[in-house]
Design a protein around this ligand. Sequence first.
Ligand code: GLU
Length: 427
Amino acid sequence: MMTTTSYQTYSTLEAAELRIRQAGEWLNLEDGLIETIVAPRRILEVAIPFRRDDGTRDQLTGWRVHHNTTRGPAKGGIRYHSEVTRDEVVALAIGMSLKTAIMNLPLGGAKGGVAFDPKKYSLGEIERITRRYISEIAPFLGPDRDVPAPDVGTNAQVMAWVLDQYSTGVGHVVPGVVTGKPIELGGSLGRESATGRGVVEIAELTMHKMGKSLEGQRIVIQGYGQVGSWAARLAVTRGAIIVGLADVGGTIHHGGGIDLTRIDTALRSGATSVTETGIGEVVARGISGSRALFGLDADIAMPCALEGAVHDLEALSMKVKLVVEGANGPLTPAADEILADRGIAIIPDVLANAGGVTCSYLEQCQNFAHLTWDEDQVNARVTDLMRAAFNRFYAFAETSSLPFRLATSVLGVKTIADAHRMRGLHP
Ligand code: GLU
């Protein structure tokens, strides 16, 4: 029986930094360059005072982090979640620097967050929080400086307020300052599905390398939000079977395949979780119950919820052959090691979920050129860029014989290190 005692535990930030350092060691980077790559360029912490609907004054804390800006403007989402901390935002910004580098996008890495649960606030309160947060971090923002986007707890409406608040400040509308906007304000078709589309494309490409396809593969998905729900729908269009779904309410299972149309209808009609839809067998309830998903019999697992969702125990009980990380950092480093020891392939977040930022980049391209592409064009470009990045990654993983996690980190860190070296050190 395998035990977990030999696996070290790391915080989310330590885990993110470790990935950069391991890549730096493998690359044998000269001249202390790795410290420049690990350290964020700048971190801004802001107080966000705002008025509650009942007229009382309240205050939240927010952050915006520019991790790396050597290859282009900082790029990354804004997260609204009660567990957001400064360290988490830094860790997520590190992930964005790797993601844009691996995808070869001319962008750096950033992240923002405000520590609150948007479900507990009215729309008006969320608008006031967003406007004050953006006005506090405005000196960090701009199409050539830092371009936010949606992340957990934010959506196109929040991005519309970001656009309006920033534009009001500078005196004219600046569509390129934010991505994931509503279509009416210069958003891109295809942005909603882009992350899930990328996850499914990468899963399919990996299956091809294993001599298979997605057709007939049994998939379990944790998280049925913007990433997980699209990954599920698009996987089904390729003949895969969704045998398990999990969200904050717990886990459901149906070996014959969960009917997603019925799930979507039930959720639209007010069901608060997949476990409240009456579809499939409820395996476990509650947030901790969502981890039961990983013990289900399946071929592929797609953790598409939050970081640190898969711990040692889940890693030990997983029956799948492949894990595709739709969320950012869903595996703890210990779970990562256990899966590697068990020979289970992992496609890391920095490649697997990069479809979102890739579509954000295409949104900016359209904004800067004052044109709009139709949805098929956008989807085809996202898919092409994901394929190109996958092929680069896979060729490198094969020639270097590195595990997939380290291979992606090395590719990302090398791209960033090359840019630093070519630009030189100021002054
Ligand atoms: N929040 C998304 C991510 O983690 C998208 C970021 C973006 O589009 O800039 O990749």
